[in-house]
Design a protein around this ligand. Structure first.
Ligand SMILES: [Zn+2]
Ligand SMILES: [Zn+2]
Length: 294
């Protein structure tokens, strides 16, 4: 009897675990210098839930670190790219090849702004037409766009960045919403795109006191987090000056100024997003010791 009870409890536990969204930070680095040194990985974020298998911003290393972390890229059914900078798109083509079973069958969604799909004044096409035509649905997005991906809806937010076409993404789930800002500086009204989200991942490339036009510093993040007031704020896409300054210290600064729980992501970190939000960190063997480099 007791054993049966334990089995049922275990099943319920697994069901609840399964129904959570798994958000895996395969890479938490951003910017040219972190990309070229791989002081943090630049592999983007994987989001999974009951059939949904989505890769967000597959920068350099997305394919390798997916496989290394036992997340089969052949199971992908959506790839989202926020803008036309290499730390956000370089592995998109190989992930499309994996998603389409080696380009043998049309499958999955590719959603990205025009700058990525067609090119713009600031960049060439980021993903070849050959790859673009192999996805089942190619969605050109702009801020305020809304589209379904598997069981959820996704909307695009505005990012103020050196690619003027850049967007962020907001994911609407039965547990509430979570969002990703992509690269953006603070601008008036940015909070309206994120109002009511429970979890906000911000691309905080620069530390406090080091602003850079079109990019997010800790000071920008403080203003955004203070206006949005999510349950949890996550700093990711950390640049070299941010790593030098100490992302944990900067997270404490955001938390101290806003009263909103704030965590600096580490490579391999997984969030379980459901009725509660849980963090599972994975100790990386090669999480680099910055003091040896800088
Ligand atoms: Zn970036
Ligand atoms: Zn960028």
């Amino acid at each position: 009897m007791e054993r049966r009870k334990a089995e049922i409890n275990l099943q319920i536990h697994w069901y609840l675990m399964e129904s959570n969204f798994r958000i895996v930070f395969l890479g938490t680095g951003g910017g040219r210098f972190v990309t070229m040194t791989q002081k943090r990985r630049t592999a983007g974020i994987r989001i999974m839930n009951e059939g949904l298998n989505l890769h967000l911003d597959p920068g350099p290393g997305a394919l390798v670190h997916s496989i290394e972390q036992s997340l089969n890229p052949q199971r992908l059914n959506a790839i989202l790219v926020s803008h036309c900078h290499p730390d956000h798109y370089t592995d998109a083509e190989v992930l499309i090849e994996a998603m389409t079973q080696g380009m043998t069958r049309k499958k999955g969604i590719l959603a990205a702004p025009k700058s990525v799909l067609e090119g713009s004044d600031v960049c060439e096409t980021s993903i070849s037409k050959y790859h673009q035509q192999m996805v089942e649905q190619r969605i050109e997005v702009a801020p305020g766009f809304r589209f379904p991906v598997h069981s959820i809806n996704v909307s695009t937010t505005r990012a103020k960045h050196s690619d003027p076409g850049a967007v962020g993404f907001r994911f609407m789930t039965r547990f509430g919403d979570f969002a990703y800002t992509s690269d953006s500086e603070y601008y008036v009204d940015i909070a309206k795109y994120y109002q009511g989200v429970r979890l906000l991942a911000l691309c905080v490339m620069r530390p406090s006191g080091k602003p850079w036009e079109g990019h997010m510093s800790t000071d920008d993040a403080i203003r955004i987090v203070d206006e949005v007031r999510p349950e949890l704020a996550i700093m990711t896409h950390l640049g070299m000056s941010m790593l030098r300054e100490g992302p944990e210290k900067e997270a404490k600064l955001i938390q101290g100024k806003t009263g909103v729980s704030t965590v600096a992501a580490v490579d391999g970190m997984t969030l379980l997003f459901g009725t509660s939000i849980q963090i599972h960190s994975r100790k990386q063997q090669n999480q680099n010791d910055l003091t040896s480099f800088l």
